[in-house]
Design a protein around this ligand. Structure first.
Ligand SMILES: [Mg+2]
Length: 192
C-alpha cells in the first residue's frame, strides 16, 4: 500500500524541540507541562511574545529548529522501516519552505527514516498538499494540522490525525503513538 506522512509534529517532535530552543534563546524556564496545554500551532504565547515577535523568533530560529537534534516520536522510525521492508511505499509530504527541502531530506534520512528516491515532496503550501496526495493515489495519509486535514476530508485516502493539543476538535481517526499503525493496517486489510 501507499502511505503518506507529514513530517513536523507528525513523525518528529518539532514544536517541543522548538520550545526548548525558545527557553534557551530567551533565557526562560517555561515548564514543559505548559507546552502540552498550548492550543495553537504557534508556541510563542507562554513566552509572553506577540504574534509578530513570535513569528520573527520562529523565522530566526528556523535552521536551528529544523536541523539540530529534534527527536522522532517513539516508534516512528521503527514502524516506517518495517513498512518499507514489507514492500509498502512510503511518501513524505512536507510544507517546509522550498529553500530547506534538500537539507530536510538529508536530515530525515540521517535520522533513520527510510527515504526512497522520488518519494519526498516538499515546499508546497499547506493547502496545496492535497494535489500531491491525490496525484500519488495514497491509501493512507497522516498529518497533525487541521488546515491540511480539512482540505482532504472528501477524498478517498484514509486520513489519520496525529494527536496534538491543537487538533483535539477534529473528528477523524486519531493516532497517538506510531505503535498503533500495525493494528490500523490489520483492521483495514480485514475490511477489504
Ligand atoms: Mg505537521
Amino acid at each position: 500500500m501507499r502511505f503518506g506522512f507529514d513530517i513536523d509534529d507528525t513523525l518528529i517532535n518539532l514544536r517541543e524541540h522548538a520550545f526548548h530552543i525558545y527557553n534557551k534563546k530567551l533565557k526562560k524556564n517555561v515548564p514543559l507541562d505548559v507546552f502540552h496545554t498550548i492550543e495553537t500551532l504557534e508556541i510563542h504565547e507562554p513566552f509572553g511574545l506577540t504574534t509578530k515577535e513570535g513569528n520573527q523568533l520562529w523565522l530566526d530560529s528556523m535552521e536551528e529548529i529544523y536541523f539540530t537534534d529534534c527527536p522522532a516520536y517513539p516508534d516512528a522510525i521503527e514502524v516506517l522501516k518495517e513498512l518499507d521492508k514489507q514492500g509498502h511505499e512510503i511518501y513524505y509530504i512536507t510544507a517546509r519552505p522550498a529553500k530547506h527541502c534538500e537539507e530536510t531530506k538529508k536530515w530525515v534520512e540521517e535520522a533513520g527514516f527510510p527515504v526512497q528516491e522520488g518519494r519526498f515532496f516538499c515546499g508546497m503550501k499547506d493547502e496545496e498538499k492535497i494535489h500531491t496526495i491525490k496525484d500519488l493515489n495514497l491509501d493512507f495519509y497522516f498529518d497533525d494540522k487541521p488546515n491540511v486535514l480539512d482540505t482532504l476530508t472528501g477524498e478517498t485516502v484514509q486520513l489519520y490525525v496525529r494527536d496534538q493539543s491543537y487538533n483535539k476538535h477534529l473528528e477523524m481517526p486519531r493516532l497517538t503513538n506510531w505503535s498503533e499503525l500495525k493494528e490500523i493496517i490489520r483492521e483495514y486489510e480485514n475490511k477489504k
